[in-house]
Design a protein around this ligand. Structure first.
Ligand code: SF4
Length: 402
């Protein structure tokens, strides 16, 4: 097996959840394209989609996607399905009734039981694991960016230029927004207030942690409000990379180098997605914000001109020390702990790079692939309460007022 395009890690769309809003939206699109003369569609959501679909706006996005077609959305919270993000579409047409299961596998991608539906499924890289890629790059004396450039198509740089633009636009909207996020939690949008506090602080905008956090908050709040963001690798984790980008800009890194850094980050994201998971419902938050943190670390290390071993070790350290991170969004909303966590893990990505470059390259005991494999095994072993069901953790401790 090789790897698919890094483009599928960075998808532009509406928040708040790649698996719970983007995936169902793409599933509806698929059904509408496949079937003609539709009289009625019934969509049943199972597992995590049923348990947290309300807070994640799944029914809202299905209503929007199916437009004028008569439909109903059912939440089946008791039937256990093989994959936690399964949807059954029963499509009533003039030609007969058809039933189809679609799975939202994370990061906005969907599959049927038999086929990967996503049109971006083609494997374009010859390697599957980072160790092989790293060895290949060292042997050929090329950078990870050059490796990506060799295998992606010619439009990829422009694709990522647009990714950066959309991320920046989300930051601007987030920094100017006020009021409360949707839902019962009554979480106030704070990025603007935080920005003003930062400007009045001793270091002002030179304070790295504050500046990074403010930018992460801006995008994460925009995501929680259903605004347009870029998955990196998911919606819930979309605030991590923009925080890291702000750090790079504070350090004077050029826009061109940031775009290339995003492409290197994508390589780490697709390795996690294809060899493990980027779905909180499947593997907990280690698969979302943990992976985002490792992508951010790889991007920063690339932009600082670090060698391939240091870039890979930066990503490895970030992922290794995110292992076990649970997914427990309060009341099913991608707000608590997601927003603060994005900010904190953007800062962690910076520190992972600082640690990686001082650890000697000849005494590395855990490879990136080891961490990815461990993340997946840990995720599979994790109790379902901690996998985007809002049945455990903070979601159990904190109950919003009705
Ligand atoms: S806790 Fe993490 S995995 Fe769960 S919804 Fe929030 S960001 Fe996604």
């Amino acid at each position: 097996m090789g790897l698919r395009s890094i483009k599928e890690i960075f998808i532009v769309g509406h928040g708040p959840s790649s698996s719970h809003t983007m995936g169902p939206h793409f599933a509806c699109d698929y059904i509408l394209k496949k079937y003609k003369n539709i009289k009625h569609i019934s969509v049943t959501l199972y597992g995590s989609l049923a348990l947290t679909g309300k807070g994640h706006l799944t029914d809202y996005i299905i209503d929007l996607s199916l437009k004028d077609i008569p439909h109903e959305v059912k939440f089946d919270k008791t039937t256990v399905t093989e994959h936690p993000n399964t949807m059954t579409f029963v499509v009533d047409t003039n030609e007969g009734k058809f039933s189809e299961n679609v799975i939202s596998i994370g990061g906005g991608s969907i599959i049927t039981i038999d086929n990967l539906l996503d049109t971006r499924i083609k494997e374009i890289y010859p390697h599957q694991y980072m160790t092989d890629i790293m060895n290949y790059c060292i042997e050929k004396d090329i950078s990870l960016y050059q490796y990506v450039e060799m295998h992606e198509d010619k439009n990829t740089y422009d694709y990522f230029k647009n990714v950066l633009k959309v991320m920046d636009e989300a930051v601007v909207r987030g920094l100017n927004a006020e009021g409360y996020l949707p839902g019962k939690l009554k979480v106030r949008r704070k990025a603007k207030e935080m920005y003003i506090s930062m400007e009045h602080s001793a270091l002002g905008a030179k304070d790295v942690a504050m500046n990074v956090a403010v930018h992460s908050f801006a995008v994460s709040e925009e995501n929680a409000a259903g605004g347009i963001i870029v998955t990196a690798p998911t919606c819930g984790s979309a605030g991590v990379i923009p925080g890291c980008i702000q750090y790079l800009r504070m350090k004077g890194v050029s826009e061109e180098n940031i775009i290339k850094g995003l492409m290197v980050a994508g390589l780490f994201g697709i390795i996690c997605k294809m060899n493990a998971s980027v779905s909180g419902a499947e593997c907990g938050c280690q698969a979302e914000i943990g992976v985002a943190c490792s992508m951010g670390a790889a991007m920063i290390a690339h932009c600082f001109g670090k060698n391939t071993i240091d870039i890979v070790q930066s990503a490895e350290i970030a992922l290794e020390h995110s292992l076990g991170l649970t997914c427990d969004p309060v009341d099913g909303y991608v707000q608590i702990p997601c927003i603060e966590r994005c900010a904190l893990f953007a800062i962690k990505a910076i520190n992972a790079v600082k640690l990686a470059v001082i650890i000697p390259d000849d005494d590395i005991h855990v490879s990136y692939d080891d961490s990815v494999k461990t993340m997946y095994k840990t995720g599979i072993d994790m109790n379902a309460k901690y996998k985007e069901t809002s049945l455990g953790g903070l979601a159990e401790t904190i109950k919003p007022d009705d």
